[in-house]
Design a protein around this ligand. Structure first.
Ligand SMILES: [Zn+2]
Length: 110
């Protein structure tokens, strides 16, 4: 918002004030901002559109990219552990199906 210089005393006021400290009223500002008949376009947009992030271009310095990939790789380790545990739970839950095969292979390896 543009600062407004008071024509009465010359004081530069911030754009959101309605009146100067000397008592001068900024009439053009009050008539411009408070118009309740104007439709607010922001609320017409669904929240999904606002929250969606669309990456058009991705420009990153090489050093930052290296650090980013290292962090990504380190973050992937616990992620794979979690996925492995989930997979393990699924295998245990369906152990009745594969249990016989697993026992047979274990017997052969002895
Ligand atoms: Zn003034």
């Amino acid at each position: 918002m543009v600062d407004m210089r008071c024509p009465n005393c010359g004081t530069v006021n911030p754009g959101w004030v309605d009146a100067c400290s000397c008592g001068h009223q900024f009439k053009e500002k009050s008539s411009q901002s408070s118009s309740p008949s104007k439709p607010v376009q922001v609320f017409a947009i669904p929240p999904q559109v606002i929250q969606t992030t669309k990456i058009v271009d991705f420009d990153m310095p090489f050093g930052s990219m290296v650090m980013f990939m290292i962090k990504w790789s380190l973050a992937a380790i616990p992620a794979f552990i979690i996925l492995f545990l989930i997979l393990l739970c699924v295998v245990v839950a369906t152990g009745g199906v594969f249990g016989g095969l697993h026992a047979a292979l274990g017997g052969i390896n002895y």
